[in-house]
Design a protein around this ligand. Structure first.
Ligand SMILES: Nc1nc2c(ncn2[C@@H]2O[C@H](COP(=O)(O)OP(=O)(O)O)[C@@H](O)[C@H]2O)c(=O)[nH]1
Ligand SMILES: [Mg+2]
Ligand SMILES: [Zn+2]
Length: 292
C-alpha cells in the first residue's frame, strides 16, 4: 500500500492510507543501517497485517525536505509577519523567500494582526514586495479577516508556517483548524532551563491538503548558495540578469549592471535590493571561510 506519514513518535509512525485510515507503522530495520529516516510528509509504501504493527517498506522520492523539525514534500510556506508588533524582520523574510525559491516551495506572504495594523508600515511592506509577484494576504487570526482567501490558497497543498516568534503562527493554525488548540503565546522552543524541547512536526489533513503544526521555522536548512546565483532567486531580478554587461555580474557596483537601474524605474524595491547586498556579502564571506 502507499500512504502519507502524518507524524513520527520514537520509532512509530502514523501513516494515512488512500482510504483515510491511519496505520501505526515501524520503519524497516534496514533504514537505520542506511541512515534513512522517514519524516512527516513522506509518501511511503508500507504493509500492514492484522494484529501486527505495520511496516514502512520504502520512502518514495522526496520533492524537498525542511529540517528542524523535519517535514518532507512541502508545497507552500506561509511566511507570517505583522505590520504591528513584533516589528517585521524583512531580512528574515527575504532569507526565507530565497530558501523557498531554492527548495522549490511556493512562498506566501501572510500579514497577520490586521486588526491592529499600522497603516504606514503595512503600506511599506506591500510596496517592497509588490514587484516580486508573491501572493500577499492580509489576515487576522483574531477577527477572521482574510482567512477565507488564505484557505483557498492552502487548498490541496501541504503548507508549513514560518516567521518570527509572536507573529501569530499558532493563532493562525488554531483559526484554520479549530480542533487543534495549540498553545498561543508560547515564547519559544527554549525552555527556561535553556533546553530545547524538540517538538516534532505533525501533518493535519485539511482543505484537501495538510497543515503542518511546527514551532515555526525561522530558517530553513538548504544547500549553500553561491553568490553568483543569488539574484536568480529574486523573481523581480531574474528576467533581467542576461542584460548585465558581465556574465559574472553580482549586481553590486559593476559597470553595465542591468539590475541597479531597476530601482530607478520602480521595478525593484530599493529596500529589498539593500537587503540583497547584505545577503550577498554574507554568502561571499561564507565561501571565503569554506576554503580556509
Ligand atoms: N491583535 C492580534 N493579536 C494576535 C493575532 N494573532 C495572534 N495574536 C497574538 O499574538 C501573540 C502571539 O501569538 P502566537 O500565535 O503565539 O504567535 P507565534 O509565536 O507566531 O506562534 C499572542 O498574544 C496572540 O494572542 C491577531 O490576528 N491580532
Ligand atoms: Mg507558536
Ligand atoms: Zn548586474
Amino acid at each position: 500500500m502507499e500512504g502519507l506519514i502524518l507524524k513520527g513518535v520514537g520509532s512509530f509512525y502514523t501513516v494515512l492510507d488512500a482510504k483515510g485510515t491511519e496505520h501505526v507503522c515501524r520503519a524497516r530495520g534496514r533504514f537505520r543501517k542506511e541512515s534513512i529516516t522517514p519524516v512527516p510528509g513522506d509518501r511511503v509504501s508500507f504493509s500492514h497485517n492484522e494484529g501486527e504493527d505495520g511496516r514502512i517498506l520504502a520512502i518514495l522520492p522526496r520533492k524537498n525536505i525542511l529540517m528542524r523539525p523535519a517535514v518532507a514534500n512541502v508545497d507552500k510556506l506561509m511566511i507570517v509577519m505583522t505590520a504591528s508588533t513584533p516589528k517585521p524582520d524583512l531580512l528574515l523574510v527575504d532569507r526565507l523567500l530565497i530558501q523557498c525559491e531554492q527548495a522549490g516551495i511556493t512562498p506566501v506572504l501572510v500579514l497577520n494582526k490586521c486588526d491592529e495594523r499600522e497603516e504606514a508600515l503595512f503600506g511599506a511592506i506591500l510596496a517592497q514586495y509588490e514587484k516580486s509577484g508573491y501572493s500577499v494576504y492580509a489576515v487576522s487570526a483574531h477577527n477572521g479577516e482574510g482567512l477565507a482567501a488564505l484557505r483557498r490558497e492552502i487548498q490541496g497543498n501541504v503548507c508549513c508556517f514560518a516567521g518570527q516568534s509572536a507573529v501569530g503562527k499558532s493563532s493562525l493554525l488554531n483559526a484554520l483548524l479549530p480542533e487543534l488548540s495549540l498553545a498561543v503565546g508560547e515564547l519559544s522552543r527554549k525552555t527556561e532551563r535553556g533546553r530545547h524541547t524538540t517538538r516534532h512536526a505533525e501533518l493535519w489533513i485539511a482543505y484537501g491538503g495538510a497543515l503542518v503544526d511546527t514551532p515555526g521555522f525561522s530558517l530553513l536548512e538548504t544547500e549553500a548558495i553561491e553568490p553568483e546565483v543569488l539574484a536568480a532567486l529574486y523573481p523581480e531580478m531574474r528576467p533581467h540578469l542576461a542584460e548585465c554587461r558581465f556574465a559574472k555580474c553580482l549586481h553590486a557596483s559593476e559597470p553595465g549592471c542591468a539590475i541597479k537601474p531597476l530601482i530607478e524605474s520602480g521595478a525593484l524595491s530599493e529596500e529589498r535590493y539593500a537587503r540583497y547586498l547584505l545577503i550577498l556579502e554574507e554568502l561571499k564571506e561564507k565561501r571565503k571561510h569554506k576554503y580556509d
